[in-house]
Design a protein. Structure first.
Length: 317
């Protein structure tokens, strides 16, 4: 897959194009190893510099990067014996939310999340990660199964929001989101939600009201997309950058507000620049968080989860 560069990565793209050009010349016109090594070091330093000071709009672009790892990549990289479960037993099988049974480092779990797709065909299949009501009812079904068999629930959040189409509204989108959020909150088993890309609105929190909420370093999590906020506030979606800068949607702000419990570091250049390392980082943190909840009773898990969410927005005295 050809590397996709974001607008602010153009200086890196120019350097890496020169490296590629010299590499091709080396095959026919002598060695350019010293020049290539120097340019490679320069590109790495530039990448560190740029990614060390990303603003919220830049992070929004990174969170949406088309080559960022998606749910299927995390399932392939972190889980074994995955068995996908389909359907909500009422209407159909929504492909924006995938889930099933698996083993995580030998431990049986229920895993699910939004899948955006990686090319035109898969994006259409998965509806760009925007779930319909049957997706959230599938999530409830999976959580019911997890509680029945005392299995931890691991969710991966990556959606611009729930699908707002007419059919979804006719089939009870709002109620499905509310029921899924309620089921997250009432689980008597450990649950961990990881925001891997975009965490947008109720479509995200429907599977993210967990015991622990984690977030990748360059992900975003918000009540509405920057474009949506700009459209409401200024009647101008082109002012999305202004909205992103004001909304406190990045990891450090959300940690300070106690909406997110922990940030997971990404490789320099974002998760898309070294997908294997990014996925491994997520796995290590999930293992630590699961271990920390080992042995907690269902009542204690529910109490801690309730305390966590009641505390959001509560002023300290």
């Amino acid at each position: 897959m050809a590397t996709h560069y974001l607008d602010f990565e153009k200086p890196i793209a120019d350097l890496e194009a020169k490296i590629e050009e010299l590499s091709l010349l080396s095959e026919t016109a002598g060695s350019f190893e010293a020049e290539i090594a120097g340019l490679t070091r320069k590109a790495a330093e530039l990448r560190r510099k740029i990614y060390g000071k990303l603003d919220p709009w830049m992070k929004t672009q990174v969170a949406r990067h088309p080559q960022r790892p998606h749910l299927v990549d995390y399932i392939d990289g972190l889980f074994t014996d995955f068995v996908e479960l389909h359907g909500d037993r009422q209407f159909g099988d929504d492909q924006a939310i995938l889930g099933g049974l698996a083993r995580f480092r030998g431990r049986p779990v229920v895993v699910m999340g939004q899948e955006k797709g990686h090319d035109t065909q898969t994006r259409l299949t998965h509806n760009f990660g925007m779930a319909r009501p049957e997706g959230y009812r599938k999530a409830v079904r999976l959580m019911d199964m997890a509680e029945q068999y005392s299995l931890p629930v691991l969710t991966f959040v990556d959606t611009a929001g729930a699908y707002p189409g007419l059919g979804a509204e006719e089939r009870g989108q709002a109620e499905a989101i509310a029921r899924s959020t309620e089921r997250c909150l009432t689980l008597g088993v450990p649950s961990i939600a990881t925001v891997t890309g975009e965490g947008g609105s109720g479509g995200a929190i429907a599977i993210a009201a967990a015991s622990r909420v984690l977030m990748l370093e360059h992900s975003i999590y918000s009540v509405i997309s920057p474009e949506g906020a700009a459209g409401i506030l200024w009647r101008d979606g082109a002012r999305a950058k202004d909205a992103a800068m004001a909304m406190k949607i990045t990891g450090p702000d959300l940690m300070e507000l106690k909406i997110v419990d922990r940030l997971i570091p990404e490789p320099v250049g974002g998760a898309h620049s070294d997908r294997a390392t990014a996925i491994a980082n997520v796995g290590d943190v999930l293992a630590e968080e699961l271990e920390a909840m080992k042995g907690l009773s269902p009542e204690e898990l529910r109490r801690r989860r309730a305390d966590r969410f009641y505390a959001i927005g509560r002023a300290s005295h």
